[in-house]
Every structure is written in structure tokens, then in C-alpha cells.
Ligand binder design. Structure first.
Ligand code: SF4
Length: 359
């Protein structure tokens, strides 16, 4: 808790109680100070809905997903920055490229018509689904080259998919999988196919260039989680699970018997236990160079020897400034409404019509 928590009046001023009340973003001792929402009087910020479900839900289960578990296994400190502190990450071109391809393929299989959509349709779905956020800082020529690359990838996908096209059982199948009473794993399965005799097949699209061999696919924690989720959703394990590497155009499929479902369950429970115990040690690894939080990480120090303030802190300051302005605008509006309501009420008790309009 900040000082403001002990002094609701201070928090009120900090929240924008007057035009000259804008507080510094940094305390006297140099620490970043954020608006203390909890300490503000009820109603200051209106009815705030949490933007994210809590990490530990009302039943005490830790809410995980494959990418959360993967992040934790890679580096617990990164997990903390991303999912506890909720520091914003940078959307990169590869993330946006992946989400655009996923969006186009979801629309391709989601038409609920028995005929395969044409290649032109698929490219139209790409146009609709194109997520430009991660490309914003790139020159236009580079953005176009990503788009053309995505078109080529989907043309190749269409050549593979059209001859064996059939309506899937599900696309983007959302699941919330309880694991004992310790965790809930949430996520969505890209596609679930069903064959003539009712066997289910789970497919996940990958947009990285490198294809994994069958042995590595069988060890995929993500596919094991999806297999368990499939049983939770449809009452049966899938017959096969596969990673479809859409860039090189190769699908690697393995039988469900090749998966280690018990190891996946243990990975979920181990991560949940570590999160409960608040173990968030930084673990330097080869991916640190691409980590959004490296500037904040105690495992890395800035060249002058002190911990560096990163983009995340700048973003927090920006949000804080915006919130400050919005709260002030809200207050002014509320004052105006209160004034008008008072004038109306005075006019009614005097028997005068139209006092509120100044007539
Ligand atoms: S920079 Fe490396 S050690 Fe630090 S949080 Fe990121 S991944 Fe972890």
C-alpha cells in the first residue's frame, strides 16, 4: 500500500480532486507512485469491472493457460511481470502475423457450409482478420511484405486443405479445465475435426517456420492440455492431436497414446503450487534478449549499474495521466448535473417553470 492508502483524502486529491492537484508520478524518494484505486472513496471511478479475471479464483484455483505455464517454466519472474503486475508487452510483427493467420483460418472453417470456401474467400478472410498493431512501427514496404507472405501461406494452406475439406466439429473451442481442486486451465483449441465414425482430432496452427518432428510434437505440453480439454468438452479423448505448421505447410500428427497426459497434469499442478508460494525468481535464458521486461529485470542491470526504468513504467505513467484527466472530466460533468438538478428542484419548490434552463 502507498501512503495514499492510509489517507483517503490524499488519494482523493491524487485522483484529480482539483485542477492544481496533479501529483507527481514519483515520490520524494524516487519510487514510482500509482493512483491508489482501493483507497479512493466509493464511486470515484464509477463501477470498475476487473479487466482480467483474478489469478486465483473464488474457489481458490489458480487460473492458468498453456502460455502462462510455458512462461512460468521459461522464467518465473517474467510470469510475474506479465500476469501478476500486468505490465504491458510490446505487440511485435510476428505476434500480429500469427493472430492474422489464426483469424483467417477460423473464418475459413467457421462458415457452416459443406462446400470448401474458395482461395479467394480465404484471402478475403485474411483481409478482414489482418491485425496491424504489431506492424505499426515498420515502414510500409515491410508491412506489405508481411501481408504478401501471409497471402502465400494461406494459398498453400488452401491447396492442402481443399481436397480433404469437411466441416470441423468446432473452431476456437474455448475450455475451462479444472485440474484437481488446485487449478483451472483455460484456452481455446484452434480446430477439432470429427471423422466418419465419430473420432475426434485436435489441430493447433503454428506460424513459426521450423517444423518439429513427431517425437517433439508428442512431448508438446500444449497438445496434452488440449487432449484433456477435449475430454472435458466432448466426453472423449481425441484419437490424434497435431501441430499444423502453416508456413512450411506441414502437419505433424501423433496418436493420443503417444502423449504423456499425466506429465501434463503434473506440470499444471507444479505451476499452480509455485504461483501460490509466490516463487518468482528471474531465470536468465536465451530468450532474455526478446523479453519485454528486461529493462526492469534484476538479472540485468543498466550500463550505469542501477536498475533501469523500462517502457512498462512509461506506459504506467501514461495511463496514470489519462486516468487523471478522465476523472477530472467526470467530476466536472457530475458537478454540472448536480447544479442543474439543484436548480430544477428549487424551481419546483418555488412553482417556477424552466429555472434550470436559465429562462
Ligand atoms: S529478462 Fe530474462 S530473466 Fe529477466 S524476466 Fe525476462 S526472461 Fe526472465
Amino acid at each position: 500500500m502507498t501512503d495514499g492508502a492510509a489517507d483517503p483524502g490524499a488519494a482523493d486529491a491524487q485522483a484529480g480532486g482539483g485542477a492544481d492537484a496533479a501529483p507527481s508520478a514519483v515520490d520524494a524518494d524516487g519510487a514510482l507512485r500509482l493512483i491508489d484505486v482501493e483507497a479512493a472513496p466509493p464511486g470515484t471511478y464509477g463501477e470498475l469491472e476487473p479487466a482480467h479475471p483474478p489469478l486465483i479464483d473464488a474457489q481458490g484455483r489458480v487460473r492458468l493457460s498453456f502460455s502462462r505455464i510455458d512462461t512460468y517454466q521459461n522464467c518465473p519472474r517474467k510470469f510475474r511481470y506479465a500476469y501478476i503486475d500486468r505490465l504491458p508487452g510490446r505487440p511485435g510483427p510476428h505476434l500480429s502475423f500469427g493472430s492474422s493467420i489464426h483469424g483467417a483460418l477460423e473464418a475459413f472453417y467457421d462458415r457452416k457450409l459443406p462446400e470448401c470456401p474458395s482461395e479467394e474467400d480465404l484471402l478475403g478472410f485474411l483481409y478482414e482478420a489482418w491485425d496491424s498493431t504489431g506492424f505499426a512501427e515498420l515502414p510500409r514496404e515491410e508491412q506489405l511484405s508481411f501481408y504478401r507472405h501471409a497471402q502465400d501461406v494461406l494459398r498453400r494452406f488452401h491447396q492442402r486443405a481443399a481436397p480433404r475439406y469437411r466441416l470441423p466439429a468446432d473452431t476456437e473451442a474455448w475450455f475451462e479445465l479444472p485440474v484437481d481442486f488446485e487449478a483451472t486451465v483455460v484456452g481455446s483449441i484452434d480446430r477439432v475435426d470429427v471423422d466418419e465414425d465419430g473420432g475426434l482430432h485436435v489441430i493447433d496452427y503454428k506460424t513459426n517456420r521450423k517444423v518439429k518432428n513427431r517425437e517433439r510434437v508428442a512431448k508438446s505440453l500444449q497438445l496434452s492440455i488440449y487432449a484433456l480439454a477435449c475430454r472435458h468438452l466432448y466426453g472423449a479423448l481425441p484419437r490424434t492431436v497435431s501441430l499444423d505448421f502453416v508456413v512450411p505447410g506441414v502437419e505433424v500428427r501423433v496418436d493420443v497414446e503417444d502423449l504423456d497426459l499425466e506429465a501434463a497434469r503434473r506440470a499444471v499442478l507444479d505451476t499452480a503450487a509455485a504461483v501460490r508460494a509466490e516463487h518468482y525468481e528471474p531465470t536468465p535464458n536465451p530468450l532474455c534478449d526478446w523479453c519485454d521486461f528486461r529493462a526492469l529485470c534484476p538479472a540485468w542491470e543498466s550500463t550505469d549499474g542501477g536498475p533501469a526504468l523500462g517502457e512498462a513504467v512509461d506506459e504506467a505513467r501514461r495511463l496514470r495521466r489519462r486516468l487523471h484527466h478522465e476523472v477530472r472530466a467526470l467530476r466536472e460533468l457530475e458537478d454540472g448535473v448536480r447544479r442543474l438538478a439543484g436548480e430544477l428542484s428549487d424551481a419546483e419548490s418555488d412553482g417556477r417553470p424552466g429555472a434550470a434552463s436559465g429562462a
